[in-house]
Design a protein around this ligand. Structure first.
Ligand SMILES: Nc1ncnc2c1ncn2[C@@H]1O[C@H](COP(=O)(O)OP(=O)(O)O)[C@@H](O)[C@H]1O
Ligand SMILES: [Mg+2]
Length: 260
């Protein structure tokens, strides 16, 4: 596998008109370097700009200012100037609602095949070609406890099972960057843990950079390689677990403005 690209974010800003006649500064000049394979956990109070950051990366909205460069060893590519469809081939996203990202009327098997048959532009790194047989998918589903559901319609799955499938479909797209926005929030504890561990395994096994937003500060501390605390559209803290093992839960609760 060739070296995977990194993303360099500089001065990223976004404002929205607020309900009255003012302006909400959702992002105020964010600078961030995303390294290949990094598991980045973003925390912060409601309205601090976490989802906006993901939306801008995904191209849901245009930034007001700033740039993002995709660095793949040679010349950097201007991420925000790439056609949206092309950017989408580098990205996968898992949302809080498991219904987003899975097709209810199709079986698990059909969803898996569809994820693998997406037309892609040639990418500069190599994965195994998507010519896997059914057993290959069954083995992968087994890790998620979904192998017996392969011929079930997605509408018949539980919330947790559906979210695990959504995550698996995102992984099969072989993204450079996975955006997970509170994707464990609506799951019970057992499924949330399974889903979280599958997300961590993704970044460790295949070098995918993951940005995960969560309100669960214990998960943030336990799983993040790097922890970003956002507040009022800015990055308040950016700590790598290796460099700042001393960041304590109490301090994080205070930084996020949560009540302990
Ligand atoms: N599409 C939008 N239109 C208007 N305001 C928005 C929009 N998206 C986000 N905002 C505002 O931007 C701020 C940041 O929102 P968001 O990024 O969703 O925060 P978080 O995900 O951290 O809760 C909030 O004040 C929110 O109301
Ligand atoms: Mg949000």
């Amino acid at each position: 596998m060739t070296e995977r690209p990194a993303l360099q974010i500089r001065g990223l800003s976004k404002s929205f008109p607020s309900n009255g006649n003012g302006t909400t500064h959702a992002l105020r000049g964010i600078d961030l370097d995303l390294r290949p394979g990094e598991f980045i956990v973003v925390v912060g109070p409601n309205g601090s700009g976490k989802t906006t950051l993901l939306n801008l990366l995904a191209g849901d909205f245009d930034a007001d200012a700033g740039q993002i460069v995709l660095n793949n060893g040679k010349n950097g590519t201007a991420w925000l100037k790439m056609p949206r469809w092309q950017r989408a081939t580098y990205l996968a996203r898992v949302h809080q609602d498991p219904r987003r990202g899975t097709a209810a009327g199709m079986t698990v098997w059909e969803n898996l095949r569809l994820a693998c048959s997406r037309q892609r532009v040639p990418l500069p790194w190599s994965f195994a070609p998507p010519t896997h047989d059914r057993q290959w998918f069954i083995d992968r589903l087994e890790r998620l406890g979904l192998d017996s559901k392969i011929d079930s319609r997605v509408a018949e799955l539980s919330q947790g099972q559906r979210q695990l499938l959504a995550l698996e479909l995102a992984i099969l797209r072989e993204p450079v960057l996975l955006l997970a926005d509170e994707h464990t929030a609506s799951l019970d504890q057992a499924n949330a843990k399974k889903c979280l561990e599958a997300t961590v395994a993704l970044s460790q096994e295949s070098g995918v950079t993951v940005i995960m937003v969560t309100h669960n500060l214990m998960d943030a501390l336990n799983y993040g390689d790097r922890l970003i605390v956002m507040r009022d559209g800015a990055i308040e803290r950016d700590v790598s677990r290796n460099h700042d093992a001393s960041l304590q839960l109490n301090e994080l609760i205070a930084l996020c403005g949560y009540v302990a």
